[in-house]
Ligand binder design. Structure first.
Ligand code: SF4
Length: 278
């Protein structure tokens, strides 16, 4: 292994594997370009490595003992803590995966949560949450994950949360490329890199122009904007991360309310009636 390369280990916990699938679609850079063009040495990735689980076990023990360095630890999946906090519903070699994660995180320079599950608990943490799932350092949007709020990796970061179910493929590879290039990551209030999580999908959408001209579609397969009738839930979740003062935030919410109210059927009906009367 080249000494100047950063080692990367990808470990799956309570996961559907969707982020790994998404990773294969990355193109700026692709995962193979990431490994070829940036100083990253892949120790293990569950779907891409040819090494056996025995090799993984050995590598993880070497990392924990300190004979193998770990620069980047990527975790994919919720942290399962049931039953009764033991984590024994999800094990690797008779040890709860949550305990492996704790020990590996302690050695890593960077810990990256790949996906909403590992960042916040995700779909597995939805009530009634029988497996007591949490995120790595957060439980939904609050602290309360596996790692304490004050926990920091070797490089001084909290867990770097790449939200998304799955994460956008290029967000994964670009974040890893930034880390490997020594670029300082600016994180938002949910510990997501601002580089990728500070604007709405809507603002970068190629259909945005239709929105400007009020061409709002109500059926899929058409050409116009899907903001109000078809895709609002997909567009709005990032709103919390735009850095604003309290006053700006109130103004923004009032504006959003007025925009939505202006398109409410009751308002449109009243407008039509007034037009008829005049
Ligand atoms: S965040 Fe979504 S894609 Fe990733 S492991 Fe969880 S359910 Fe699967």
């Amino acid at each position: 292994m080249a000494k100047d390369k950063m080692t990367l280990l990808w470990f799956q916990t309570g996961s559907c594997g969707g982020d790994t699938m998404a990773l294969l679609s990355a193109d700026r850079p692709s995962f193979s370009d990431l490994l070829n063009d940036y100083p990253i040495e892949l120790l293990w990735q569950p779907s891409l490595s040819i090494e056996s689980a025995n090799n993984l076990h050995e590598m993880m023990n070497q990392i924990i003992e300190g004979s193998l360095k770990l620069d980047i630890l990527c975790i994919e999946g919720s942290i399962i803590t049931a039953p009764n906090g033991t984590g024994m519903f999800d094990v690797f070699r008779q040890t709860a995966k949550k305990d492996w994660v704790l020990k590996l995180a302690d050695k890593a320079r960077y810990v990256v949560a790949m996906g909403t599950c590992s960042a916040f608990g995700g779909v597995h943490a939805a009530p009634p949450n029988p497996s007591d799932c949490v995120g790595l350092q957060m439980d939904k949007e609050q602290s309360g994950g596996l790692l304490a709020p004050e926990w920091r990796s070797g490089a001084g970061y909290p867990v770097i949360n790449l939200a998304g179910c799955p994460v956008h493929p290029n967000t994964m590879t670009k974040t890893l490329a930034m880390i490997a290039s020594g670029i300082i990551l600016q994180l938002d209030d949910l510990n997501r890199p601002r580089e990728f999580f500070s604007s709405l999908v809507h603002q970068g959408c190629t259909r945005n122009e239709y929105h400007e001209y009020d061409v709002e579609e109500s059926e899929f397969g058409t050409n116009g904007c899907m903001f109000f009738n078809l895709a609002a839930k997909g567009l709005l979740p990032k709103r919390r991360v735009i850095p604003t003062s309290g006053t700006d935030e109130v103004a923004k919410r009032v504006l959003a309310f007025l925009v939505l109210a202006a398109r409410h059927p009751v308002f449109l009906k009243t407008k039509a009636c007034l037009k008829l009367k005049s």
